[in-house]
Ligand binder design. Structure first.
Ligand code: MEV
Length: 423
């Protein structure tokens, strides 16, 4: 077979046929092909309908973060992630926060912004006024696209229009504010934005190009805050360390990126578990962090007058309970059932709390003992297993290596021999 990536009609093949092609191209073994199509709980037929050119599935572990008390309600939090320590860290932080009464959260109504870009107007300011004057017409047209959303109390609620100066001249951006209720809303908003575009062209005399949702969902924010008692977090020095860490990140974008990454570790793991759009959440979070012109943190930690730790987080949270993979992916449906949230707003608030917990765990580890100790224990366990440690002494071998700071195969073998001889 000619080795080319230019394949006409690849999408028309079945998943098995596609895999045969990839097998040849990449020299995969039979076992590798079997693994790719060992689809477990996501049948190949379903995977094939979710995206294009499917050849298999990609499993990831799902763990449950425990101890979460949010607005006096207990939650078990399903997380899907490839990184060790994240689930344990979230659970540990949630326990510390629980000692201070748990998380308290709030959120704005689930309003997403749709943008319609018009160019080439003679007088953009006159065009802007015309758009604003035609608000009712535009809203009606938008809402005609989604009677189900409107009957659920959602729909396009308002509009705005702004002129922006760009490298290729000024543009008029009309913004539709759409209450998406329990949907993430991309489909609804994009359909509305496309539908009202001809009206915008008619009113402005300009040419409409882009008609699309904005992932910088500043009107759909989720917030969480908490108090962590000084004793629970490890004493005054640790509180101070976390406050210094937070201030460092607030002032320095290089640290802020990593600080925010720590919070997103938790949020994205839940987003993945529930089949939501993690790229949208990630894009929104980081854009929000830079909204004031300089990239900074989405969360903050301060010392209270009593010497406890007070943390807060705020970020856009465009998540849904309906639509897309949330409903079609069988494991996402189970994850949602475990989480037990009833509305997209409740879901968004839980995610904010998870982000704050994850951020707390990371900062505590960094300000206290460094994060490598936790990572090293896992690494040491893996080395112990690889060195042939029987199940009942894996932890002992790992602990000894961590203590000695010698996490090596040869040392693991020596310790295993010693322990077995002493038994
Ligand atoms: C690692 O995945 C996340 C951290 O780097 C976050 C942080 O530095 O705050 C530990």
């Amino acid at each position: 077979m000619e080795r080319s990536s230019l394949i006409s009609g690849f999408y028309k093949l079945t998943a098995k046929e596609r895999l045969r092609y990839v097998k040849e191209f990449a020299n995969l073994s039979e076992e590798e092909c079997d693994l790719l199509q060992d689809t477990g709980s996501l049948p190949l037929s379903l995977a094939d309908r979710m995206i294009e050119n499917v050849v298999g599935v990609f499993p990831l572990p799902m763990g449950i973060a425990v101890n979460f008390l949010i607005n006096d309600v207990d939650y078990l939090v399903p997380m899907v992630i490839e990184e060790p320590s994240v689930v344990a860290a979230a659970s540990y932080a949630a326990k510390m926060v629980r000692d201070g009464g748990g998380f308290h959260t709030s959120s704005t109504p689930p309003i997403m912004i749709g943008q319609i870009q018009a160019v080439g107007m003679k007088d953009p300011e006159v065009a802007r006024q015309r758009i604003l004057e035609a608000k009712e017409l535009i809203l009606k047209n938008a809402n005609d696209q989604d009677p189900v959303l409107v009957s659920a109390g959602g729909g396009a609620k308002n509009i705005d229009a702004k002129i922006i100066d760009t490298t290729v001249g000024s543009m008029l951006i009309t913004e539709l504010y759409v209450d998406c209720r329990d949907a993430m809303g991309a489909n609804a908003v994009n359909t509305m934005a496309e539908a009202v575009a001809p009206i915008i062209e008619h009113l402005t005399g300009g040419r409409v190009y882009l008609r699309i949702i904005s992932n910088l969902a500043t009107k759909r924010l989720a917030r969480a805050h908490c108090i962590v008692p000084q004793e629970s977090v490890g004493g005054e020095e640790v509180v101070d360390g976390i406050v210094y860490a937070s201030a460092f990140a607030e002032a320095d974008p290089y640290r802020a990126a990593t600080h925010n990454k720590g919070a997103m570790n938790g949020i994205i793991a839940v987003i993945l578990a529930t089949g939501n759009d993690h790229r949208a959440i990630e894009a929104g979070a980081h854009a929000y962090a830079a909204l004031k012109g300089k990239y900074t943190t989405i969360s903050k930690w301060e010392k209270t007058e009593k010497g406890d730790l007070r943390g807060s987080i705020e970020l856009p949270m465009a998540v849904g309970l309906i639509g897309g993979a949330v409903k079609t992916h069988p494991i996402a449906r189970i994850a949602m059932k475990i989480l037990g949230v009833k509305t997209a707003n409740e879901f968004a608030e839980v995610l904010a709390a998870v982000g704050l917990a994850q951020n707390l765990a990371a900062l505590r580890a960094l300000a206290h003992e460094g994060i490598q100790r936790g990572h090293m224990s896992l690494h040491a366990r893996n080395i112990a297993v690889a060195a042939g440690a029987p199940e009942d002494i894996v932890n002992l071998v790992a602990e000894r290596m961590v203590k000695e700071r010698k996490i090596r195969m040869d040392r693991a073998k020596e310790i295993i021999e010693e322990l077995i001889a002493a038994d």
